[in-house]
Every structure is written in C-alpha cells, then in structure tokens.
Design a protein around this ligand. Structure first.
Ligand code: GLU
Length: 318
C-alpha cells in the first residue's frame, strides 16, 4: 500500500515537472545518418586495369548430379558432406530475396531457397545449411577467404568479379531501377541529375548510377537507404528491381519509377578453383528449372514483379 502511494506521488511529480529543458529536442536537430554512410564522388576505380570484356553468362556445363548423400570422393561436395552442412553467404536485409522473418527468426527469400536447394542436392535435406550474413561489400572477401562454400546474394556476374571468384550459370535476370517517395516528381534515372541517390557500397548499383546523380551516398545495407529516404536524407534509391520491390513493400509511401536501365544477371558465387562445385551447382539450377522448383520459388517470393518469366536458360562455355 505504501509503495503504491509513493509510486503515485512520483508519477504526479514527473507530470507536473515536465521534461527538463535540456532534454527537449529542437525540431531542427539534424537526424543522424545510418552508420557507415559516406558520400561517393566518382565511380570507384577498380584495382589494376579494368577487367577486359568477357562472356559473363556462360558457365561450366553440368554433368549428371550424383545422388544426394553420395558425393564423389575427393570432390568439393564431399568435403561439404563430411562437414555436415553447406555454408552459404546470404543477405538478411533484402525483403523477398534474403531477409530475416521477424516472427520466426529464420532467414528466408528467393536467394535463400536457392541455397537450400544446393544443400538438398548434397544431403537430401534442405535444412543442412548454415547461413552467414554478408553485406554486398563482403561477398567477394568471404569467397576469397573460403569462409563460405557459396554466396547466393543478388550477386551480378561481372568481368571484374570473375577475376576473383567463379560463378554458376545465371539463375535470375534482374535490372536496375529507381525508388522514390510518392509524388517526388522523379520519373526515372534521368531525373537524378540534380538529385541525391543512395546505394549500397560494393554493389554494381553504385557504379551504374554514381555518374548520373548530383550526389551519391553509400551505406552498408539497402535498408539503410530506406531509412535515409524516409528521413529525407536522400531523394532516391537505385538498385535491382528485386531489391527495390522488397523496399517498396515495406513502405507504401514509396514507389519504383522508370524502366530498367541495366541488366543484372545473378549467379551463385563460388571460390575459385572448384570446377566440380560450379558444375554441381549448375546441375542443381538445371534441375530447379526443369522440375518447376524455380517457378514455385518465383511465385512464392517475386510475383509483385509481375507474372513468372521463363527462367534464364543455361549457357555453357565447356
Ligand atoms: N546486383 C547488384 C550487385 O551484385 C546489387 C546487389 C546488392 O547490392 O545486394 O552488386
């Protein structure tokens, strides 16, 4: 009883005193930018000479897939089987492609399903996969260090990246567009000339847009860009239509505008020197196309992008 009365007094005291003047935040206080935000002045030059033109969409021809649980001795797949789990680099910040479901705590999405299909082909069990969350900029480093077996993370196959890592065949064809606040007056990438744009560092999106906008800010994750757009710190976000669809679904006050202005062919990133794993992953992707798994995944995650397209056809160089 006494404790209750004391609480009431304290409460009353707090009400009548009001917030101390020093705690009042003036309306004009600058809103902090997301951690790691920095202004990019020009397209980052790649180390050494720019990569010569190459055929990005041709990969290694798959052989017949070994039965699950029976990976050929000495192969990269046998090593994964022995370990008991596939280690896959994925995103947890791109709703629809790779994101953490806040109800279940599980990582889900189209890319995550691709990783699960690879695990299923090795083990016969799609749950035997350990996800390692990586930002766009961390994809090449984790592949080079061998911390992961594969990266399945909206990763465009480029000639520059092919110098550092290998890729599967194309499993999804995306394209870059622009996301803005509704009624912004911006109708596409050409409208960015006198506006600011936000991109993730280490992405092809940055390189594609930096010379087309007045100011470019880079941040670690695409959701950081959404926060900047919501706080009025950027006029637009520009990246793949897959990622923008996820951001737009999270904020009804935003819209995707303009046509695609690039081709972003997604491949599974694989550390160099593992031809057997590249062929195996290509076999898994072939099977996913043939047995309708790919279409099922599209319908589960990506119908906001329109009716299911024909999955990209396999192209092989040898
Ligand atoms: N597809 C682009 C890339 O590979 C953007 C993907 C991303 O930033 O997640 O760089």
């Amino acid at each position: 009883m006494r404790r209750l009365a004391l609480a009431a007094v304290l409460l009353l005291g707090a009400c009548s005193a009001g917030p101390a003047p020093s705690q009042v935040v003036p309306r004009s206080a600058p809103v902090p930018q997301p951690a790691g935000a920095s202004t990019v002045s020009a397209a980052p030059s790649s180390p050494g000479a720019a990569a010569p033109a190459c055929d990005t969409t041709a990969s290694l021809r798959p052989g017949p897939l070994p039965p699950a649980g029976q990976m050929p001795g000495g192969s990269a797949m046998a090593r994964i089987q022995q370990r008991g789990r596939l280690i896959a680099g994925v995103d947890q910040n791109s709703y629809l492609m790779g994101f953490r479901n806040s109800f279940t705590g599980e990582i889900e999405g189209f890319d995550v399903d691709v990783a699960r299909q690879i695990a299923k082909a090795v083990f016969g069990d799609e749950k035997k996969v350990q996800f390692k969350v990586v930002t766009a900029a961390e994809r090449i480093p984790v592949l080079r260090s061998g911390e992961v077996d594969v990266v399945v993370r909206t990763m465009t196959i480029t000639c520059e990246r092919l110098r550092d890592v290998d890729f599967s065949q194309v499993y999804y064809q995306a394209g870059q567009r622009v996301l803005v606040r509704r009624n912004s007056g911006i109708t596409g990438v050409d409208g960015l000339k006198d506006r600011s744009v936000c991109v993730a560092s280490g992405s092809t999106s940055l390189v594609n847009v930096v010379n087309r906008a007045r100011t470019t800010v880079s941040v670690p994750n695409w959701t950081d860009c959404l926060v900047m757009l919501q706080q009025g710190q950027t006029d637009a976000i520009s990246t793949d239509d897959t990622i923008l669809a996820g951001l737009a679904a999270q904020d009804p006050y935003t819209e995707v505008v303009g046509e695609r202005f690039t081709d972003e062919s997604y491949g599974v990133g694989i550390p160099k020197g593992q031809e057997d794993l590249v062929r195996f992953v290509n076999g898994v992707l072939e099977r996913m196309r043939a047995d309708g798994t790919w279409n099922g995944m599209y319908r589960r995650w990506l119908t906001t992008l329109g009716p299911a397209p024909t999955p990209p056809a396999g192209r092989y160089r040898d």
